[in-house]
Design a protein around this ligand. Structure first.
Ligand code: NIG
Ligand code: FE
Length: 409
């Protein structure tokens, strides 16, 4: 009894792990020599060669590379319906904005999502989630935004949270009721924003259905004043904010997001110098979504050089959604971040680990291999961390560990 109390006991010890720790400022992208990680109650308890390995359950990583579990910090993976027809229209030259104006686009997914039950939404989302898990994801953000009524937004958020009952994964939910103007409010966007601020945000906060609130700040979404009203309501109810900003034009939404201490400004192809400076000042993460850029055949690239120069943390996410980024693969986005936007593979890896964690408000607990951080890892059969951004389509994931629990692929 006494002996047991004195001896270190861990829930799990990973041995022979080559760590890519992603600790900022450190040489986090470098691989360590094979070493050990001890896990207790879902948290990293000890790291190093001296970890006592004989008295606990252990898992031999056989010299494989261990990264923090990847974090997809921007998805819309809960939805019903299919927009392949719009893909065909766009290939024939009809612009995304035009399809949206004709009642297609986001609103076509809204119609299908409203008709689906919570259970149906979960069933439809699982294969998409599985794609992400195969690319090493252990945390995923999921937005609402295809319901646009109180009932349907709540249904989407509940479905997103319920994914955790079906898979080993951590889900963070974001309310995106201000995604598009629902047909019931046609011509009355300010009335809809009132409804979002007075009805939806208070209930979602009260029932803890989301931790942050997002707005599509764009000519085909909501303007700056409307966005600000949503941000004020979110803050009043103790929720963080983030934005779909500067995707198709420069409205100043990123600077507004920064002004409200936003977690992240996402897309940002049209971000200007003032916008980058605002992000730098507030510590807001710039989240790049190269899948949407690629799928919409955009040409304006985000201001990477300036973001680097002003040391704005850069995240990368899938934006997994039926209209602009139907891609359930985060390492493919890392590849696109490098080839389309000019990131280095090291920046791409930061973009799905430490910086993605910060974009979700978990900068001090996830996305790095450090004592005290959450025990979420991906174990990989690759020889160098650059490989994540390099080769695609070959399964290289050996296992994932979520909250200290192993999940074999
Ligand atoms: O992030 N930009 C707005 N929202 C999504 C697209 C949603 C859709 O087209 O269904 C995005 O690209
Ligand atoms: Fe999005």
């Amino acid at each position: 009894m006494f002996e047991q109390q004195r001896s270190p006991s861990f829930d799990l010890v990973l041995t022979n792990a080559r760590l890519v720790s992603m600790v900022p400022g450190d040489c986090g992208y470098e691989m360590s020599e094979p070493t050990n990680i001890a896990i207790r109650q879902g948290i990293i308890a000890e790291i190093g060669d001296n970890v006592e390995t004989t008295k606990s359950e252990s898992y031999d990583c056989q010299g494989q590379l261990v990264t923090p579990g990847f974090i997809d910090c921007h998805t819309h993976l809960v939805y019903a319906g299919n927009r392949a027809n719009e893909f065909e229209m766009r290939l024939k030259g009809v612009p995304y904005q035009e399809i949206a104006k004709q009642g297609g686009g986001i609103l076509s997914t809204v119609r299908a999502t409203r008709e689906a039950s919570e259970e149906a939404l979960i069933e439809l989302a699982l294969p998409r989630l599985d794609g992400l898990l195969r690319s090493g994801v252990t945390s995923v953000e999921v937005k609402s935004g295809y319901g646009l009524t109180l009932r349907d937004e709540v249904k989407m958020l509940r479905a997103a949270k319920a994914l955790q009952d079906h898979r080993k994964v951590r889900v963070t939910t974001t309310l995106l009721a201000a995604h598009a103007l629902p047909p019931e409010f046609a011509g009355k966007p300010d009335d809809y924003i009132n409804f979002v601020c007075q009805e939806i945000i208070p209930l979602v906060a009260e029932e803890q259905l989301a931790t942050s609130v997002d707005v599509f700040c764009e000519s085909i979404g909501f303007d700056l004043a409307q966005t600000e009203r949503v941000f004020i309501a979110a803050k009043e109810h103790g929720l963080r904010v983030k934005g779909h900003t500067e995707q198709l034009s420069n409205l100043g939404g990123s600077a507004l997001t920064a002004q409200y201490e936003g977690l992240s400004a996402d897309h940002i192809e049209y971000l200007d110098q003032a916008g980058v400076e605002a992000l730098a000042q507030s510590g807001t993460v710039a989240t790049l979504l190269p899948g949407a850029f690629y799928f919409l055949k955009e040409t304006k690239r985000p201001p990477i050089e300036l973001l680097r120069k002003l040391k704005v943390p850069i995240a990368i996410a899938t934006d997994l959604n039926p209209g602009t980024s139907p891609f359930a693969d985060l390492t493919m986005m890392m590849n696109m971040g490098c080839t389309l936007f000019g990131l280095t593979p090291e920046e791409a890896l930061r973009g799905v680990t430490c910086h993605a964690a910060k974009a979700l408000g978990y900068g001090q607990s996830r996305g790095q291999i450090q004592v005290g951080f959450d025990a979420d890892f991906a174990i990989w059969d690759v020889s160098h961390p650059a490989d994540f951004s390099y080769q695609q389509g070959v399964s290289r994931l050996s296992s994932r560990i979520v909250q200290g629990e192993l999940d074999h692929v």
